[in-house]
Design a protein around this ligand. Structure first.
Ligand SMILES: Nc1ncnc2c1ncn2[C@@H]1O[C@H](COP(=O)(O)OP(=O)(O)O)[C@@H](O)[C@H]1O
Ligand SMILES: [Mg+2]
Length: 388
């Protein structure tokens, strides 16, 4: 038998001409230009510019829904800052930490010490020992006699709040020469952290609004030039992806996913062009994969919470956290977790994109309420939950 890879490779390079390079359609790809985010990037730069004069910048928090360019903008700004710092010969370190990868304060601080060049164990020391070591590094000048300014980007910080996340913020904000940029998908995030942290955080806030369809079109066009061969996309493909993603709360990640999946479907069809029909099929495929995969791997109590949301949605009820908890309790009975934990679950499900929440004010003195909405197809959710 001839070599299977040679065979597949020759097929892909001869007969099929859809993708020139798939990498620019990946979420992690950082484009060298971020259209429609000049304002937010400038705002970050205005705060961080202090670091170039050996002054510790204020803390910053970036807010915005998924796919509004927060991660990309923060990485873009940090690359620019690193360049500027090396030109000025000042010591500025920017460390990016995705909080979903590091779950404890110890892990985060140990990681930061290692990035600053100090060899510390990943476990085994007390928290006090690791924190003291961290502060020791930052209190001294480096071997060239330069002050060290450390900027820590804490991305997806929401995930830390039910663990000891406020401990991390507390330690970082109380260490000299450290500035924190936190990134949150959740506008209510400040209410969830303890006040001792909020007071030392004392941050500036930058909001990332959802993209409109035209802005998404611009973003996609830039990527399409890099990813697809010329004239492969039908004229309606980018407008359609953009319109669909604009409806999904202006999510650029979703727009890119649609475009990539549409390309893959065209490729699988041996089609010479990517068409609007491919985009519509891509939408179904993404939805299906997202929902089934996520739901199947959720912990049991979160699956039950989803079941509760589904029941209330089917009854056409406005879902407040209180009502949801009642319904959830009736499903979970003795195993039900506390009301406080439900907020964490809601938060996590929202980060996963299965539900959305919207905070509304009930009027003066009556406080605010979260209204929860399902963001995936009801039937699909029902079949998936039923199959587990
Ligand atoms: N203004 C933009 N220009 C180009 N690409 C963008 C822009 N905003 C977002 N993207 C891309 O969309 C995807 C999602 O953006 P990301 O920064 O991860 O969003 P968030 O962190 O807000 O969820 C990434 O692939 C990113 O490169
Ligand atoms: Mg992000």
């Amino acid at each position: 038998m001839s070599n299977i890879f040679d065979k597949i490779e020759s097929e892909t390079t001869t007969s099929k001409n859809i993708f020139k390079n798939k990498i620019p359609l990946d979420h992690r790809y950082l484009p060298n230009k971020l259209v429609h985010r000049e304002e937010q990037i400038t705002d970050i730069a205005k705060i961080w510019v202090d670091a170039l004069n050996e002054v510790t910048p204020s803390n910053v928090t970036l807010y915005g829904k998924t796919g509004t360019g927060k991660t990309a903008a923060s990485k873009f700004a940090s690359e620019q800052l690193k360049d500027a710092a090396s030109n000025k010969k000042v010591r500025v370190e920017v460390e990016y930490i995705r909080c979903t990868d590091y779950t404890t304060e110890y892990q985060v601080i140990a990681q930061l010490c290692q990035q600053l060049g100090r060899d510390v164990p990943n476990r085994g020391w007390t928290k006090g020992e690791i924190v003291n070591t961290f502060r020791d590094i930052l209190s001294k000048r480096d071997v060239f006699g330069r002050k060290i300014t450390l900027i820590v980007i804490l991305d997806e910080i929401d995930i830390l709040l039910d663990k000891d996340g406020d401990g991390i913020l507390y330690t970082l904000t109380r260490t000299d020469n450290v500035s924190v940029l936190s990134i949150s998908n959740y506008l209510d995030f400040k209410n969830l952290i303890k006040s001792r942290v909020t007071s030392s955080l004392n941050d500036k806030e930058i909001v990332f609004p959802p993209y409109g369809a035209d802005q998404l079109s611009d973003i996609l066009s830039e990527r399409a030039k890099l990813a697809f061969y010329d004239d492969v996309l039908d004229d309606d493909v980018i407008p359609l992806c953009s319109a669909m993603a604009a409806k999904e709360e202006g999510d650029a990640r979703y727009a890119l996913d649609l475009l990539k999946n549409a390309g893959e479907l065209a490729y699988d069809d041996d089609s010479e062009k990517v068409t609007g029909e491919h985009v519509r099929k891509a939408k179904d495929r993404i939805e299906f994969n997202k929902v089934t995969e996520i739901i199947q791997t959720l912990p049991l109590q979160q699956q039950r919470l989803l079941e509760a949301i589904l029941n209330l949605t089917k009854n056409n009820e406005e879902i407040t956290s209180g009502k949801l908890y009642e319904e959830y309790q009736s499903i979970s009975k003795k195993d039900a977790v506390t009301y406080r934990r439900i907020f964490d679950f809601i938060n996590e499900l929202e980060l996963l994109g299965i539900i959305s929440t919207n905070t509304i004010s009930r009027g003066r003195g009556k406080g605010r309420t979260n209204i929860i909405k399902l963001q995936c197809d009801e039937e699909l959710l029902e079949t998936t939950l039923f199959s587990i």
